[in-house]
Design a protein around this ligand. Structure first.
Ligand code: 2AM
Length: 188
């Protein structure tokens, strides 16, 4: 059987933003219960590929090379260079369908939405199978949580986005273990 790798593209916060997100998860946990994600695992998924044949790993990287280059010259950049993009974390909410409490932003910067859309389109073009749902920018803070809609107002903070990454995930009984296997700096 051909070996597979479980991989996804993501934005990965630096230590300060990870700390802010983790503090939010403590506040949310007090209200909603559930299981807190470990601080070092907090991230925002751009495109989830799932289990892919290990021989197609290089293709996924080559596609990301192309997307990173294209996004560096796209229209959205005329407003904000992607490397100067800031994600303003100003919402924390609960999804009833999967019992996730997540942090995110009211308005996703257009360049990030374009990055996620381009990745998805090019990966599909390369034969990868992605979730059919549209990109929903969120950082999962709690799983198996129970609460109602908006969890609480939060003090907004900024997440400066300097790169996107490819992550390999390994599932074990204590939760997922993530390893960043490639990085794409964004032009500033
Ligand atoms: P989630 O946190 O909303 O579950 C690793 O599993 C990352 O990929 C998580 O951020 C997860 O989002 C995301 N993801 C997106 N689609 C997925 C899928 N079909 N199965 C598992 N994880 C998925």
């Amino acid at each position: 059987m051909t070996p597979t790798r479980r991989i996804f593209f993501a934005l990965w916060p630096g230590p300060e933003v990870a700390g802010r997100l983790h503090a939010l998860s403590a506040d949310a946990h007090a209200v909603c219960g559930g299981r807190r994600m470990r601080r070092e695992t907090l991230h925002l998924t751009l495109a989830f590929l799932g289990e892919v044949d290990a021989t197609r790993f290089d293709l996924a990287c080559a596609i990301a090379d192309g997307v990173a280059e294209k996004i560096g010259t796209g229209d959205a950049l005329q407003e904000t260079p992607l490397g100067n993009t800031v994600l303003r974390i100003d919402r924390i909410a609960w999804w009833k369908h999967n019992h996730i409490v997540w942090a995110g932003c009211d308005e996703v910067p257009p360049v990030l939405a374009a990055l996620a859309d381009d990745l998805a389109a090019e990966l599909r073009g390369g034969g990868f199978v992605l979730d059919s749902r549209r990109f929903a920018a969120h950082v999962t803070l709690l799983r198996n949580a129970q609460c109602a809609g908006e969890v609480a107002p939060i003090e907004a903070f900024d997440w400066p986005v300097r790169e996107f990454v490819l992550v390999q995930s390994q599932l074990d009984p204590s939760g997922a273990r993530y390893e960043i296997v490639r990085r794409w700096p964004l032009p500033g």
